[in-house]
Design a protein around this ligand. Structure first.
Ligand code: FAD
Length: 389
């Protein structure tokens, strides 16, 4: 099969890119290691930035999101058992987030791509990239029929996440990698329980951070700070609920946390990682394949969507009139946003874990309290949290 572009990976980055390429009449094949059922049920992120929703809407990819997703413009910090509400949307010209589970967006994007006649191969095993330094790259894989296939193309979009094959296909020394591990971990918990809050809660507690994130009217996401070497074996359900009750407690208020069946738990990697540049020869890296970010600030999925938009625009320029400038500038354009998000995520990570007795814990906590003392600090937070335009 020939194709202009091979997209490796059917996550938010790969599927958004594939849809935008089809809308520009650019031929592509999407190769995904997992089954359709698997990727459509993989629960991960859930907070979409205003800009990401506008981008999807402008391409007709946001109908179900706008129908079922919920706009959100307020978050809460709990510090020392007291509640601080931040109406961040009001501070950013009314722009809001949308709460919409990642797997629902993935479902929508697959349906839109397939309905428009898109070619997507699920359960593609042993995907391998060839000739990425030359002008005629190709990709091979073993299909669900057990046969080896090859597709020749002009460009490869590596959208296969942090543990995919694309980035490791770049020869040694071809890119630089930057990594940061903040020395903490989060236990991520998904529970079948309606949210106990109308907005996201970030709770600072001497026993560590706790977060209450929103997913849907029947499912909620919780996070508990834990040691880096912790494992889910140390977290039976009873202990999770006891810790959540304790860390979210607001003495003297009637706020209550509802409990439900825990359907998923896992220790979340809090690492930051950036690859520079986000391209090598005919290979472009997008989303988690190029950069990972802590879940603090909810930027991972949003960056993936932004990369897809930038590359789709660049490829459209190239195929429409031979304009290569978008492709040349792809990495620099994306990295500007990536590093700004990494900086914000690091700022927020430090601020919400500042519950200890060290000098830097006090300064971190002061930063957070400044959001409620200084309109300028609050406006800066709002812009970064809802997402740069
Ligand atoms: P992915 O969604 O990882 O998609 C990559 C795709 O490539 C996958 O479908 C994978 O199966 C496929 N693939 C991998 N290897 C191959 C291969 N060799 N061949 C073919 N296909 C391959 N972000 C937040 O903002 N908030 C959160 O609460 C949050 N929680 C998270 C929880 C977990 C457990 C994880 C892992 C991530 C979380 N993230 C969160 C991050 C967010 O989900 C990612 O940033 C986002 O999924 C990035 O999209 P992507 O398309 O780049 O990569």
């Amino acid at each position: 099969v020939p194709a202009e572009v091979v997209v490796v990976g059917a996550g938010p980055a790969g599927l958004t890119l594939a849809n935008l390429l089809r809308r520009n009449g650019i031929g592509c094949v999407v190769l995904e290691r997992q089954s359709r059922r698997y990727v459509e049920n993989r629960a991960r992120a859930g907070l979409l930035e205003y800009r990401a929703v506008e981008m999807l809407r402008s391409h007709g990819l946001a109908d179900r999101l706008l129908e079922l997703g919920a706009p959100h413009g307020v978050c809460e910090f709990r510090i020392g058992g007291k509640r601080f509400i931040l109406p961040y949307s009001d501070l950013y010209e009314g722009r809001t987030h949308y709460v919409y589970p990642q797997q629902e967006l993935v479902k929508d994007l697959i349906e839109a791509f397939v309905d428009s006649g898109g070619d997507i191969r699920f359960e593609a095993k042993d995907v391998a990239l060839h000739g990425i330094s030359g002008s005629a790259p190709s990709v091979t894989w073993v299909g669900s029929d057990g046969e080896q296939h090859r597709v020749r193309c002009e460009f490869i979009a590596g959208c296969d996440g942090f543990r995919g094959v694309s980035r490791p296909s770049i020869p040694a020394g071809g890119v630089r990698e930057f990594s940061h591990q903040p020395g903490i971990a989060w236990l991520g918990v998904l529970a079948e329980v309606p949210p106990s809050t109308e907005h996201v809660i970030y709770a600072l507690h001497p026993k560590g951070f706790a977060g209450h994130m929103l997913r849907s009217p029947t499912v909620s996401r919780f996070f508990l700070q834990c040691p880096v070497d912790d494992s889910t074996a140390a977290w039976p359900d009873d202990r999770i609920w006891a810790e959540l009750h304790e860390r979210f407690a607001v003495p003297g208020s009637d706020w209550k946390l509802s409990e439900g069946r825990i359907i998923e738990k896992g220790v979340v990697d809090m690492r930051g990682h950036v690859t520079e540049p986000m391209a090598y020869g005919r290979l472009f890296l997008l989303g988690d394949a190029a950069h990972v970010i802590t879940p603090v600030g909810a930027k991972g999925m949003n960056l993936a969507l932004h990369d897809a938009e930038v590359l789709a625009t660049a490829l459209a320029g190239y195929y429409r009139g031979g304009d290569e400038s978008g492709l040349t500038e792809y990495s620099e354009t994306c990295l500007r946003r990536v590093w700004r998000c990494q900086e914000f995520s690091q700022w927020m990570t430090t601020a919400i874990h500042g519950t200890g007795d060290r000098f830097e814990d006090r300064t971190a906590r002061t930063r957070l309290e400044n959001l409620f003392r200084s309109p300028a600090s609050a406006a800066w937070f709002a812009e970064n949290y809802v997402g740069l335009m």
